[in-house]
Design a protein around this ligand. Structure first.
Ligand code: NAP
Length: 338
């Protein structure tokens, strides 16, 4: 049988574009003993993948040129020659951007289709949801009545951070890039205030208005001038979780800006960068809480689902233009009918 796959064709300088990707078809052989034939159902696109497209050293190795991009995938087992899996199982793992794939089963986890829609396992119940939970609760440590500011608020991580902060009794202010996103945060998700940074000349002034009691927790998904504005409002003993710095992911020169250390010193603040895997020992608790909150209707979950494997590069590039609300995914195929 044939599989479609998408390779890294060239390493981008600055903002990536479609020319950095190559779509091709390949003959697929197998599965051999111990292997599985997988059909991709949903593929996740995530901002961190931009880092892997360049060859700079980071916490995950760079993608190799002319090899498939890899990332979070929910897939169905079409054929199993591996004792641990049977035909019809749904699995999740770090897999290549391929419509069909032969896997030895290592690193895959089975997905229970009764817990939530399959796609949620790449978002709310997957890496972004765990990131929101662990970064907010273990670094932000929000207390009732405190003010929590989240940047990148309308994305996969940000929407979950803001809602958990509300569950913890906080005043929540979200910063995002369109009026529709702000309406969604305040009217649908229960954020107290939202700031459209693209339509605001003076973010600091807007933040002063939205945070009359200052900022106790800042969950930073973006960095850059948005963060500089938040830092001027930090309260004594504020906590800052550095989750993402998307404002710099396409930068071609080292970013410059505010020196934040004097503020951290004078206000006795804690600033901590983290990678979600740092909290692997907490994932069990986090998943339990996220599933309960979802079932109890305390957490809403939003997705932007693009149809069609060929549209993976476009969906990925859209992350840097703010085209998604909630988790951006690509739907590749329907599960087979049982
Ligand atoms: P996301 O927020 O769903 O998508 C990215 C969003 O970033 C876009 O929708 C866009 O929304 C915003 N954006 C793009 N360029 C921007 C810029 N120059 N300035 C400000 N905002 C910009 O992505 P996500 O998966 O939830 O990830 C959010 C952040 O967390 C990313 O930085 C990601 O790398 C990071 N992350 C870190 C970890 C970890 O382990 N530390 C894990 C997962 C994610 P607007 O319309 O609001 O501009």
């Amino acid at each position: 049988m044939k599989t479609k796959r998408i390779l890294l064709k060239s390493r981008p300088k600055g903002m990536p574009d479609e020319s950095n990707f190559q779509l091709e078809e390949q003959e697929l052989k197998g599965p051999e003993n111990g292997e599985l034939l997988l059909k991709a159902l949903y593929i996740s696109v995530d901002p961190y993948m931009r880092g892997r497209m360049s060859d700079a050293k980071s916490y995950v190795p760079p993608y190799e040129l002319y090899k498939p991009i890899t990332g979070g995938v929910v897939a169905e087992v079409l054929e199993s020659r591996n004792d641990k899996y049977t035909t019809g199982d749904v699995v999740m793992g770090n897999l290549p951007w391929e419509t069909y794939n032969i896997s030895n089963g290592k690193g895959l986890t089975k997905v229970d289709p009764d817990v939530a829609p399959l796609s949620y396992h790449l978002g709310l119940l997957g890496m972004p949801g765990l990131t929101a939970y662990c970064g907010l609760l273990y670094i932000g440590d929000p207390k009732p009545g405190e003010t929590v500011v989240v940047s990148g608020a309308a994305g996969a991580v940000g929407t979950v951070v803001g809602q958990i902060a509300k569950l913890k009794g906080c005043r929540v202010v979200g910063i995002a890039g369109s009026d529709d996103k702000i309406d969604f945060l305040t009217k649908e998700l229960g954020f107290d205030e939202g700031i459209n940074y693209k339509a605001t000349d003076n973010i600091k002034e807007a933040l002063e208005h939205a945070c009359p009691d200052g900022v106790d927790v800042y969950f930073d998904n973006v960095g850059g001038p948005i963060s500089d504005a938040v830092y001027s409002l930090l309260n004594k003993f504020a906590r800052i979780a550095i989750c993402g710095q998307i404002a710099y992911y396409n930068a071609t020169s080292p970013p410059t800006g505010l020196r934040v250390e004097p503020i951290l010193l004078k206000k006795s603040c804690l600033m901590k960068g983290f990678i979600v895997s740092d909290y692997a020992d907490k994932f069990g608790d986090a998943a339990k809480d996220l599933v309960s909150w979802l079932r109890e209707g305390k957490l809403q979950y939003e997705e932007t689902i693009t149809d069609g494997f060929e549209n993976l590069p476009e969906a990925f590039l859209g992350l840097f233009k703010g085209e998604n609300t909630g988790k951006q995914l690509v739907k590749v195929a329907e599960p087979s009918k049982k």
